[in-house]
Design a protein around this ligand. Structure first.
Ligand code: V4E
Length: 235
């Protein structure tokens, strides 16, 4: 499984001009649509799990557990998530989270548990998009955010690949990301170091944590959900 380590930043024309000078290779531009799903009571996101469908491909970002505790500054600026892209594994993980919650609840949740067990039996069968839609309704998962992003991407070689994405979301928010992908259990400190030194090369001085697209989207369009995530210290 892959762990994504990233630092978000606010980009400007000057910084974009620096990219070729530090050896960043432009790898192209693409546009994609993201849909994010959760239960009506936000069971997944309140546990920092992010279920997404990007142009038909499913992904679940889960909080990464690592033996390394970065210093406070790095921790504040960089986020770390385990990425699951296998649909059966995503179903299994989501089922586990919802089941854990319903098990904590009262007997009145027994019909929900029966429903989850029914869905779980089908887990390892091939998935078509009709099954995906059915699975969402079985688990009571609804789309809470939907937006398009135009992304320009660059790659750097810094003892391994470092990716820089410059995103422009269709609701009028721009954000950059310096990203390193590493295998689960890999050297987290090395990944953080590569991100920190790339940030320095780009002249990023701000010590402030920069909001991602989702934070801004929720703040604008789903303020109740946003407030709950802030209270839970997820965002
Ligand atoms: C993990 C997460 C969310 C899922 C989307 O994550 P993000 O990397 O921001 O989106 P994107 O489009 O760049 O995905 P990619 O193409 O890199 O896979 S939405 C909110 N979170 C949590 C989160 C957080 N707590 N702090 C920061 C700085 N970012 C995200």
């Amino acid at each position: 499984m892959t762990v994504e380590v990233e630092r978000k930043f606010v980009y400007n024309a000057e910084m974009m001009g620096k990219l070729p000078h530090i050896g960043a290779k432009y790898i192209g531009q693409r546009q994609f649509q993201d849909q994010y799903f959760d239960t009506p009571d936000f069971l997944l996101t309140l546990k920092d799990f992010w279920l997404r469908c990007r142009e038909g491909l499913w992904e679940l970002k889960c909080p990464a557990v690592s033996g390394t505790t970065p210093d406070n500054e790095t921790q504040a600026l960089c986020s770390r998530y385990r990425e699951i892209t296998s649909f059966p594994l995503i179903q299994s993980e989501v089922k586990g989270i919802i089941k854990e919650h319903t098990a904590e609840g009262s007997e009145s949740n027994s019909s929900q548990r029966e429903q989850i067990d029914k869905v779980a039996k089908k887990e390892d069968t091939a998935i078509c998009s009709a099954d995906a839609t059915k699975w969402l309704s079985d688990f009571n998962l609804i789309c809470f955010a939907e937006f398009k992003t135009k992304r320009r991407s660059f790659m750097l070689e810094r003892d391994g690949a470092v990716r820089v994405d410059l995103d422009q979301a269709d609701f009028g928010y721009c954000v950059g990301e310096i990203e390193v992908l590493m295998p689960e259990g890999g050297d987290m400190n090395a990944a953080l170091q590569r991100i920190t030194s790339t940030a320095a090369e780009l002249g990023l001085s701000s010590e402030e944590r920069v909001k991602g697209k989702m934070s801004v989207y929720l703040q604008r369009y789903q303020p109740d959900h946003y407030a709950k995530l802030l209270n839970a210290h997820i965002l």
